[in-house]
Structure formats: C-alpha cells, structure tokens
Ligand binder design. Structure first.
Ligand code: PHE
Length: 339
C-alpha cells in the first residue's frame, strides 16, 4: 500500500511538470482528485487493509491528498497569473505614441454676450429671474397692457399653441410674474430665449433677450439714461455714448428707442453703422402705471423703468458679425472665427 501511495505521488508530480495548459490541468484534477480518480480508488482499497494498519494508512492518504492538492493549486495560480499578464499586455498603452487631438470648443457669441451683460447687471445689484418659454397669453401680453385683439399685438406676432398659450415673444413676461410676487423696491433682469413669427435676413423666429426692470420710489428717465450709459460703456467701451429717440411700447410711457454710438468707428460713421455713427440697439421706458397696478404694485408710491436688450444683436455688433443667420447655424468654422 505504501508503495502504491508513493507511486501515485511520483506520477502526480511528474505529470504536473509536463502540464502546459489550463485544459490539461483540469484533466489532471479529474485523474487524481476526481470522484473516479486514483485517490478515491485507493480510499476504496482501505477495506482490504488490516484494521490495526488503517489509522497509519489513512493518515498517509490524507497527506498524499494534501500534497497533490497543493501542487495543483500552485500550478493553477501560475496559469492564472500567465493569463492576467497576457490580458494586460493586450491593453498596454504605448506611452511614446502621439496623443489624439481633441477639438476645442468655444462659447457661442450670444452666450458670451449673455455672460457679459449678466456680470455687469449682477454687479449693479440686479437679481436674475427666469420663467417659462411656453407662456400664458396673460403674462406675455395682457399683463403688459396689450389686450386681446388690440392693434399693438402686431408689433410682436408669435406662435400660439392654444388661444391662451403661446411661445413668449419677450422676456418681459418674466417681469410680470416677478412683479406679482416681489415686494418693491427691486431690480431684476430676465435673460432667455424668445420667439416671433418672422424670418428674414435680419429677423430670426427664435432669438435672445435680456430685459431689466427697476421698481423703486421716485425713479425717473434720468436714472434710466444714467444706468444705460453706464452699462453700454461697460459692454462696448468707455467712448460709448447713447441717444434717446421717442418711441412707443404699450408697457412703457414714455417709451424710447436707444441708439448706441457705433463701437466699430466710435461714432464717426462706417459701414457697420451705414455712415450714421449710431446703431439702434434697444427699447426702454418708464413702466406704464397701469402695468404696475395690474400686478398689484401701488403706482402712486412706486415707479419703474425698464429696458430690453436683443442679446444676439448686441453680440453681432460687438463681434462685427454682419449676417444674423450665422448666429443660428452652429457652423463651427464661423464660431471659430469669433475670438
Ligand atoms: N420688450 C420689448 C421688446 O421685446 C423691449 C422693451 C423692454 C421695451 C423694456 C421697453 C422696455 O420689444
């Protein structure tokens, strides 16, 4: 019996030495350690061993099993390691290979102008408020003194979803919402996307506005002019001057259209300003007391002024862009030209 056991151990050790794949290792396991394997058959042979020898032989068999199992485990670990190394080598990084070139993005001119305007206004104490682009007729028109079927609606034809729901044509809608909830005095700006039903070389059905509203006691046209001059200088440079022209908006009285001296020629007259030295850039005015009252603000105690910037138009003037359509094409070649 002892001889038989030594023989098994020797054969097992020799066989392990010749094993060169995981498959062979599995076969080895079946052959020596499996249910029909050599060790099991030796155990079966215990029946024929004399009872007094059994403990000794039993211990020897256990020792043998342990030896074979250890040798097997060692080999198995060796194969696992080999496999892992192979996997790692497959995914190895060649650190001498030149890097892949990543295209660098840039902010859109409109986004840059938005950021610039908001930085300036926030530093002046304005709070930024936002509202829905799909808006109720009331907030876009009626609450701004533009009644249903009134001719002044023609100034801002927009897209209606139902009779009372539309795509907002101005971010003044957010101001009406804010006036209902904020307690005066307050200064707010509402940046955002707006829609109008027209499309040609100078009009896009979707564009961007930033509108400002100041409500306080005793504010006047002089405050409006001073603040606008300040903001325009901060956007276009110290040389900038502004000019008021009488105008009409249903929500402001009096209303003005504001021209800004051409930043390209500093007001001397050039191609950009068609020789006039000025560019028509925004609408503004003293908030119509009716608008304040509709939103629950006492117009005897408080007054307001408001102005609205067309952000895309500002960006075009700032960056010397001449075709509005370029602003909405997202053509990377165009965007790359803007510093
Ligand atoms: N909301 C106006 C427009 O979109 C602009 C404006 C804002 C005019 C504030 C006056 C005061 O045309």
């Amino acid at each position: 019996m002892e001889e038989k056991l030594t023989d098994i151990l020797n054969r097992a050790q020799n066989e392990l030495k010749t094993i060169s794949s995981k498959e062979q290792l599995v076969e080895f396991k079946v052959k020596f350690l499996g249910k029909q394997g050599e060790l099991t058959s030796v155990l079966r042979g215990m029946r024929d061993v004399a009872p007094e020898d059994r403990p000794k032989i039993g211990a020897m068999i256990n020792e043998l099993r342990e030896k074979i199992e250890n040798a097997y485990a060692e080999k198995e670990e060796y194969f696992n390691k080999l496999e892992l190394e192979k996997e790692l080598a497959k995914g190895a990084i060649d650190i001498t290979e030149p890097g892949k070139n990543h295209e660098r993005g840039a902010l859109h001119p409109t986004t840059k102008m938005f950021n610039k305007m908001m930085d300036i206004c926030v530093a002046m104490g304005f709070k930024v408020v936002e509202g829905p682009e799909i808006e109720l007729d009331y907030y876009n028109f009626e609450g701004l003194n533009i009644p249903k079927n009134h001719p002044s609606r023609d100034m801002q034809d927009t897209f209606f979803i139902t009779e009372n729901i539309l795509l907002r044509s101005q971010t003044s809608s957010v101001q009406v919402r804010s006036m209902e909830t904020l307690k005066p005095p307050f200064k707010i700006i509402s940046p955002g996307r707006v829609y109008r039903n027209d499309s040609d070389a100078t009009h896009s059905p979707v564009f961007h506005q930033l509108e400002a509203l100041v409500v306080d006691k005793n504010v006047s046209m002089a405050d409006l002019k001073a603040m606008l001059t300040d903001i325009m200088k901060k956007i276009f440079g110290e040389e900038t001057t502004i000019r008021f022209r009488p105008s009409f908006f249903p929500f402001t009285e009096p209303s003005v259209e504001v021209d800004v001296s051409c930043p390209t020629c500093n007001g001397k007259g050039c191609k950009v300003c068609k020789g006039t030295g000025f560019l028509e850039l925004l609408g503004a005015g003293i908030v119509n007391p009716k608008v304040l009252e509709m939103s629950g603000i006492n117009s005897k105690e408080y007054r307001g002024f408001a102005f609205g910037f067309g952000v895309d138009r500002f960006a075009m003037v700032y960056d010397g862009i001449t075709d509005l359509r370029n602003m909405f094409k997202n053509d990377i070649r165009f965007l790359k030209q803007i510093k």
